[in-house]
Design a protein around this ligand. Structure first.
Ligand code: DLL
Length: 443
């Protein structure tokens, strides 16, 4: 699996060789690319030039990888303010594609690609798919959304260049997905983990057990998901589920991916330079400590980003990986520094609630957290879908289940939640990223 070298995809050569570069070579490559990208940003994007001038830094000051710390951070708001094309470093004639990430409020943030950028994206997606055991000849059902979201087209180009057969399903249309999966013999599926669980359950309702199909691998990402959810997905789908990470601002899917060891995600650091910082102070944390992931695009031509604050919390795994890849690894991203909500003074992440729920035997990952405020006191309600089967041998009565869930949550986060059991399917299914928190508190 070390280096697949069959030509396909318009002369594109899918190989995972850069994953195994000796450290010194990798650092040299990174430094050369860092110098290139800083110069490019400085010369072509007024925003970056202005920030560098404010900090008294010129491209010539970047002489080592550590010098990256001299540069300014770029934030999501900087992209919003530059809406739509303000951060582009290439003239429009050279931009072959734009994507946008949907903001929950206001305008989306727009990102751009030259043909070279699309080639890099394809390259890292091929390496991602190879890393989780996909190969030429696989039939990949791509259920990430096609459109402004990067998931669909990102996975699509990578899968084609790998030499796989792509079924460009996009998200949704679940009954049809299931029929096509069965009839076309898909053995790999790419989608959000929450959508996969929904799809598997719907399949069962329609009399199809995915475990009886050729499906072998799930390449899941675009949202945080717990190890508990991974276990459920693997059980119900009869698959091996891999975690893929990425974000539009940096390229889309394919920034990092698990390998067969599944002990963290390898960052394609020949193209994306990672740092882990303390989100409060902006300072680099000690090696192996948790902090916010900051990424610098090392080869992005159309829209170079310097020290982009992802808000995703993780840590570097300093030990060498058993798979032999030399590129660095980060721990799975369980939370963002900003999907956190505070309830009665306690910081809570939806992923903690999910992990607590899934610890209870017989439960399913269909839940929603509703936050309200009554008489100045915050209340947290966890709505949880039940099915008749849950009351078989495992949980007993309704009260029993409520008690057990309440206890599981309280012992995990230290806050009591009201558990409301709701009808099967009453929580809206997402075709992409699941919406876990409804915050009805004011102010
Ligand atoms: O979600 C790109 C993507 C598509 C990644 C398909 C993987 C698969 P955005 O819509 O810009 O891009 O959202 C990026 O989603 O900053 C994380 O907070 C979250 N995220 C993405 N992948 C993971 C993951 C795509 N594997 C934001 N685990 C990121 C946890 C993830 N969170």
């Amino acid at each position: 699996m070390k280096s697949k070298t069959h030509a396909s995809g318009g002369g594109f050569n899918p190989t995972s060789a850069p994953d195994y570069l000796p450290q010194t070579q990798l650092r040299e490559l990174q430094l050369a690319r860092l110098k290139f990208i800083v110069k490019r940003a400085y010369e072509n994007v007024p925003f970056h030039r202005q920030r560098m001038e404010e900090a008294g830094v010129t491209p010539g000051d970047i002489q080592s990888l550590e010098d990256v710390a001299k540069l300014h951070f770029t934030m999501k708001d900087d992209l919003r303010e530059a809406y739509p094309f303000g951060l582009f470093a290439s003239p429009m004639e050279e931009i072959v594609r734009v994507h946008a990430s949907s903001g929950t409020t206001g305008k989306p943030t727009v990102v751009a690609y030259t043909q070279e950028d699309i080639n890099v994206w394809t390259n890292v997606m091929v390496r991602s798919l190879i890393s989780c055991g996909c190969h030429r000849g696989d039939i990949i059902q791509n259920a990430y959304g096609y459109g402004l979201f990067t998931g669909g087209l990102g996975a699509h180009y990578g899968a084609e260049a790998l030499g796989a057969t792509v079924i460009p399903m996009s998200g949704g249309n679940t009954d049809r997905q299931i029929m096509i999966m069965k009839d076309f013999g898909a053995n790999v599926i790419t989608c959000t983990p929450s959508y996969f669980v929904h799809l598997s359950e719907r399949a069962l309702e329609l009399g199809t057990d995915l475990r009886d199909l050729p499906l072998r691998i799930g390449v899941f990402g675009a949202e945080p998901w717990s190890d508990g959810l991974r276990q459920r997905a693997e059980e119900i789908g009869g698959i091996k589920a891999y975690d893929i990470y990425g974000l539009s601002e940096i390229i889309g899917p394919g920034v990092a991916i698990e390998c067969a060891m599944q002990e963290g995600l390898h960052i394609f650091e020949d193209h994306f330079y990672p740092e882990i910082i303390d989100p409060e102070t902006g300072k680099t944390v000690a090696p192996g400590e948790e902090g916010e992931l900051v990424l610098t695009t090392l080869s992005k031509v159309a829209m170079p980003l310097l020290r982009y604050r992802t808000r995703d919390m993780t840590r570097m795994i300093p030990e060498a990986c058993g798979c032999g890849r030399t590129i660095c690894r980060i721990a799975r991203i369980g939370r963002r520094s900003d999907d956190m909500f505070i309830i009665r003074g306690v910081n809570v992440y939806p992923s903690q609630i999910e992990a607590a729920i899934l610890k209870v035997e017989g439960t399913s990952p269909h839940y929603q957290i509703v936050l309200t405020r009554a008489k100045d006191l915050d209340q947290m309600e966890v709505q949880f879908e039940v099915t008749p089967e849950m009351f078989g041998d495992t949980v007993g009565s309704v009260e029993n289940l409520q008690r057990t869930l309440c206890h599981a949550i309280e012992s995990t986060i230290g806050v009591r939640a009201k558990i409301t059991l709701v009808e099967p399917h009453s929580i809206e299914r997402s075709q992409g990223k699941a919406k876990r928190v409804i915050d009805k508190r004011e102010g």
